[in-house]
Design a protein around this ligand. Structure first.
Ligand code: BTN
Length: 258
């Protein structure tokens, strides 16, 4: 099925829509291919975690993109998907999720969706200078996620039972607008501003688990490469990857003040 220039393949059951599309990328499949499933047997999350959801309870979709990316802008591709998901939710549910760095969608502090981007610079196909990137999104429609994770669902947060296909259609429509933005310097600036404005992480006191240890401080900004800049005492620490906990909201005191 075609929609907004994307070609959608639907599955009742699959191992992982990301894994499937990365396989297709390595066979030379074109950008714009989308896989959506009712259920995944081996869904994957960030940082090598599993992503599990009961059948039919979530939007489980991945998109193969083959964009010409200016150096240091690949995070904007992932952000484009997260922002498109947030805009689609706003249209269908009347409330707009914020973004928690790097790419979670949150409502009232609770995670409603996660985004996983994977790139293969060697995958054949695509135009010169393009990279195959598979961006997957898992969004809780009626199930708030596993116990203990503090997640929510669109149903719990808004009272709306969202139609999965409609949500995907809205998301892809929003994404096609943002892919156009990615293709110009002015557009990338617009996308960056949208990202900064949507990141509820900025201004909050965070505790970040990084491969090098725990960093606690106030999240100040994101760098042009999409890294989180955290103020720790008189220093600034740039975080490339990690798990963020929002310790205190923007309006409260400095870290260590209490
Ligand atoms: C995260 O850890 O927050 C990212 C989760 C991404 C899950 C989605 S579900 C559809 C796609 N297929 C996968 O195996 N993972 C992504």
């Amino acid at each position: 099925m075609l929609g907004h220039g994307f070609h959608i393949e639907r599955f009742d059951l699959i191992d992982s829509t990301n894994t499937y599309l990365m396989g297709k990328a390595r066979e030379g499949a074109p950008g714009g291919l989308v896989a959506v499933a009712d259920h995944q047997l081996a869904g994957r999350g960030r940082l090598d975690r599993r992503w599990e959801a009961p059948p039919g309870s979530s939007l489980l979709a991945s998109i193969l993109l083959r964009e010409h990316l200016e150096p240091g802008t690949s995070h904007l591709l992932t952000a484009a998907v997260a922002l498109s998901g947030a805009a689609a939710v706003e249209r269908l549910c009347g409330l707009r999720p914020g973004l928690k760095w790097p790419n979670d969608l949150v409502i009232g502090g609770a995670k409603v969706a996660g985004v996983l981007a994977e790139a293969d610079t060697c995958a054949p196909g695509g135009g010169p200078g393009t990279t195959a990137v598979v961006v997957g999104i898992g969004m809780n429609l009626t199930w708030p996620g596993p116990p203990g994770v503090g997640g929510t669902s669109l149903l719990a947060a808004s009272g709306v039972v969202v139609d999965r296909d409609l949500l995907l259609d809205e998301l892809l429509g929003e994404l096609s607008l943002r892919l156009d933005l990615l293709r110009t310097a002015v557009g990338r600036e617009t996308l960056t501003e949208d990202l900064r404005g949507s990141l509820v992480t900025l201004g909050t006191v965070v505790s970040v688990e990084t491969p090098g240890g725990t960093v606690v401080g106030r999240a100040r900004s994101i760098s042009t490469a999409g890294h989180l800049v955290v103020e720790v005492g008189d220093d600034e620490v740039e975080i490339v990857t990690g798990d963020v906990v929002h310790v205190r909201p923007a309006s409260e005191g400095q870290p260590g003040a209490d």
